[in-house]
Design a protein around this ligand. Structure first.
Ligand SMILES: Nc1ncnc2c1ncn2[C@@H]1O[C@H](COP(=O)(O)OP(=O)(O)OP(=O)(O)O)[C@@H](O)[C@H]1O
Length: 293
């Protein structure tokens, strides 16, 4: 297992391109994420946000350019190494990915399965130390008291926090969150994002989180990266951005202007990005995501 060398970004994309069935979805994306940074990934529907997140943990492989995640190039990993890499990368989904008929604690315990290897049935089949850590993670997301409650009886916001606790039990060095609050009400959205942000700060875990809610992105993230039409069009500290500027990314008029710019060969905002190596990876598309839960 390759280790990240000191100071190396947790995540580094260099001139990454990806398409499906002849249609370009991501084009020339370069992005470095240092340890502990909370990055909001914004952009209109279809801009390529989910595709980018999937490239990071090797669910998709780039057609051009290089992805380095925690010091590894997913495209160059054997199956075993890719599995090991994915164990170091937590993934939080919009739809939680929990087993509804199981309790919160049982769902969190599933976050340890990659390291335990053997299948487990019921809470008591997990080692005592793992059970203690699972309760600890539930406590961190404010749900220790509900640990014996079935997940399908929890609110959406509570379920998403269970999903975060499950990811934490995995001991991730990087968390990818794909629209984690898209199906939650505003209050629950704030609570989930605040929880993720606090844990990112406490544990020094980088988070890359796709979000449509402009105000939430600005309030939560250290940095906002926006995609439009598969291009990286904005990359700035959240503190330097206004809601209006970010909202403009979603404006169809802006999209047309952006496309015109692109045709002129003028790359948009790509500050602070590394551009070292360019590699090539075979496509291994169509890989499903639920494995990482
Ligand atoms: N496995 C796939 N096969 C074919 N096309 C795909 C595949 N995955 C994504 N796409 C296409 O790539 C484009 C970008 O999709 P993606 O899900 O990355 O966008 P997004 O920015 O996350 O959108 P949303 O905000 O709606 O989730 C879309 O046109 C989508 O249909």
């Amino acid at each position: 297992m390759a280790e990240r060398i000191d100071g190396e970004p947790v995540l580094s994309l260099s001139e990454v391109g990806k398409g499906f069935h002849g249609t370009t979805v991501l084009d020339g994306i370069s992005l470095d994420v240092p340890q502990g940074q909370f990055v909001a990934l914004a952009g209109p529907s279809g801009a390529g946000k989910s595709t980018l997140l999937r490239l990071v943990n090797g669910m998709h492989l780039p057609d051009s350019g290089t992805v380095r995640t925690l010091g590894e190039n997913p495209a160059a990993c054997s199956r075993g190494r890719l599995r090991a890499l994915r164990a170091r990368v937590g993934f939080v989904f919009q739809q939680f990915g929990l087993v509804g008929r199981l309790t919160a604690l049982e769902n969190v315990l599933m976050g340890s399965l990659a390291s335990l290897r053997l299948p487990r049935y019921g809470v008591m089949s997990y080692p005592r130390a793992v059970r203690a850590r699972a309760v600890e993670q539930l406590d961190r997301v404010g749900l220790a008291e509900l640990r014996f409650q079935r997940c399908d009886t929890l609110s959406g916001g509570q379920q998403q926090r269970v999903a975060v606790a499950r990811t934490l039990l995995q001991g991730p060095e990087l968390i990818l969150a794909d629209e984690p609050v898209a199906s939650l009400d505003p209050a629950a959205s704030v609570l989930v994002l605040d929880t993720l942000k606090r844990i990112s700060a406490e544990d020094g875990i980088s988070v890359v989180c796709s979000l449509h809610q402009i105000e939430l992105a600005l309030a939560t993230a250290d940095r906002v990266v926006a995609l439009r039409g598969g291009r990286l069009v904005l990359d700035e500290p959240a503190a330097d951005l206004t809601a209006d500027r970010l909202r403009a990314i979603y404006d169809p008029g802006e999209t047309r202007a952006g496309q015109a710019e692109d045709r002129d060969g003028q790359a948009d905002v790509r500050d602070g990005q590394a551009g070292a190596c360019v590699g090539h990876a075979e496509a291994r598309d169509g890989q499903v995501e639920a494995r990482d839960g």
